[in-house]
Design a protein around this ligand. Structure first.
Ligand code: HEC
Ligand code: HEC
Ligand code: HEC
Length: 436
């Protein structure tokens, strides 16, 4: 199907009579489209669904909000006048055409490892495969003292000087080709570390490759905790097989959890489009990350007492009452979920995560639906912000973190209040972002 669309697009380009330059071969455009999927460019660079890649998505930074830029080949508001060198510089060095330094909200620290052949294919795709769309990018909303182009450029030049090194991907010779392919994709295009790796006070990711155990050890961004991806038991992926990990990236579903929060953007727009071989390579690499990133975790042992107490007549705690009324119809009284759409809460690494922000956030705001091959999942997690107050959310989240043998710490109503104030409910609108 991809190939067909590619041929069609190439045909249109030719029909339009752009004789000034030779159109790239369809295989190159198809490769570029695939790389754009692997890099999930569309999720950040699309503010209005009917203008793919035309920018305008608001993103928070520690200094204030900025907007993603138009990367369609429009000559006035997009990157239509970019040479390959300009494009490569933005992608790997974080320096856009004309010398403008980019905020690291653009994941160039990850993309810096990209191979030249992949970059050339990506460039060809953006120049010839993407529809040009006129859309000027909004100005950043930063404190007025620093919100001047020269001032930002100076600050970002210093940041890049200290934290950003452009390093080509270096394969590890003691690992096989699949592992190295996985490393290239996870550390690079997938920019998995931009959510899953802790950041320092200057917003820099504390590690960019697997030789540092902090890499992918779990972090919080925008009130979503992206869990530890090392082989730790409990809140890590210790209990997952390579096949579970690859399936999660392909479908958003694994035996112990279902994608939610910002991970939905990754599955819906990026990883589901990747080949089985690439997903297997990524899974192989992730599953090689050693335990010890967050010591102390244990895989919980299932305890029947929680379900027995729920089913028995008599007094119920606030957590039990809310769970019975609001959650058990989907997640089941035994905490084991139902069929493939309704995840278990027992033994779920996201539930056991020491950082409870994802759990509070998903309970307050629900989640978007997973959409695979254009078909939305039958169920989604619904928002409870109106139905439950802070005490009730804290009680039910604490309940599932301690129920059925789960061994995570309870949460406080004040933690719920903070997240309630700073977040919005997820939309149930199904938006499929088409790249062309
Ligand atoms: C996590 C969000 C995010 C992702 C993913 C992302 N970008 Fe960006 N990108 C940004 C932001 C934000 C900026 C603007 C930064 C600024 O203005 O300082 C930007 C800027 C750019 C620019 C500079 C354009 C200009 O002239 O201003 C290019 C080119 C670019 N991105 C290409 C890509 C490509 C290609 C991909 C996919 C491989 C991609 N981006 C993925 C957030 C993202
Ligand atoms: C935009 C932020 C973001 C990016 C980028 C991202 N993730 Fe995630 N990821 C999350 C969040 C938040 C969660 C927790 C919610 C969930 O379990 O789905 C998560 C969960 C996961 C899980 C399930 C972990 C568990 O304990 O249940 C896996 C596996 C995973 N991510 C792998 C990846 C890989 C591989 C990449 C790169 C291709 C990636 N993620 C990129 C935010 C992100
Ligand atoms: C209508 C069915 C439904 C109800 C009711 C429901 N959930 Fe969910 N929940 C889901 C689905 C489906 C997901 C998986 C994410 C998605 O697809 O949106 C989910 C995900 C979650 C997750 C993240 C775990 C994961 O692996 O995805 C938590 C935590 C959670 N729900 C807690 C609750 C709590 C607490 C309640 C009650 C206050 C509740 N849910 C009520 C359907 C439901």
């Amino acid at each position: 199907m991809n190939m067909f669309r590619t041929l069609l697009a190439a045909g249109l380009v030719l029909a339009a009579g752009s004789s000034a330059w030779a159109a790239s071969p369809p295989e190159l455009l198809a490769q570029g489209e695939y790389i754009a999927r692997a890099g999930d460019c569309i999720v950040c660079h699309t503010g209005e669904a009917d203008k793919p890649f035309a920018g305008g998505l608001k993103m928070g930074t520690p200094l204030g909000a900025i907007y993603t830029t138009n990367i369609t080949p429009d000559k006035d508001t997009g990157i239509g006048t970019y040479t390959f060198e300009d494009f490569d510089s933005a992608m790997r060095r974080g320096i856009a055409k004309g010398g403008r330094r980019l905020f690291p909200a653009m994941p160039y620290p990850s993309y810096a490892n990209m191979a030249e052949a992949d970059m050339r294919a990506l460039y060809a795709f953006f120049m010839e495969g993407v529809q040009p769309a006129a859309r000027a990018t909004e100005k950043p909303e930063l404190p007025s003292l620093i919100n001047k182009p020269w001032m930002l450029n100076l600050g970002l030049a210093v940041w890049q000087g200290v934290f950003h090194k452009v390093t080509a991907f270096a394969p590890q010779t003691d690992r096989d080709a699949a592992w190295n392919r996985g490393a290239y994709l996870v550390e690079g295009l997938g920019h998995c570390g931009s959510c899953h790796t802790p950041r320092g006070i200057f917003f820099q990711e504390k590690a960019l490759i697997s030789t540092n155990p902090v890499f992918l050890s779990g972090a919080q961004l925008d009130y979503w905790s992206a869990p530890n991806l090392h082989a730790d038991l409990g809140d890590g992926l210790g209990a997952w097989s390579e096949a579970d990990t690859a399936a999660f990236l392909k479908t958003g579903h694994a035996p112990t959890s279902t994608a939610f929060g910002t991970m939905i953007d990754v599955v819906n727009n990026s990883t589901q489009y990747m080949t089985d071989a690439d997903l297997a390579a990524m899974a192989k690499y992730i599953k090689s990350l050693p335990a010890g990133a967050r010591p102390g975790g244990k895989t919980p042992v299932y305890d029947e007492a929680t379900t027995k107490h729920l089913n028995a007549p008599g007094e119920k705690s606030v957590g039990e009452r809310v769970y019975l009324q609001r959650c058990s119809s989907c997640h089941a009284r035994d905490g084991k979920g139902r069929d493939q759409y309704l995840p278990p809460l027992f033994g779920n690494p996201a539930v056991l995560d020491a950082d409870s922000s994802s759990l509070i956030n998903v309970t307050l705001n629900g989640s978007q639906r997973i959409v695979l091959d254009g078909a939305p999942d039958a169920y989604r997690m619904i928002p409870f912000r109106v139905l439950l107050n802070d005490e009730e959310v804290a009680a039910v989240v604490s309940y599932i973190r301690g129920g059925w043998g789960n061994n995570a710490k309870p949460v406080m109503a004040k933690d719920v209040a903070v997240i309630r104030k700073l977040t919005d409910p997820a939309s149930d609108q199904v938006v499929i972002l088409k790249m062309r």
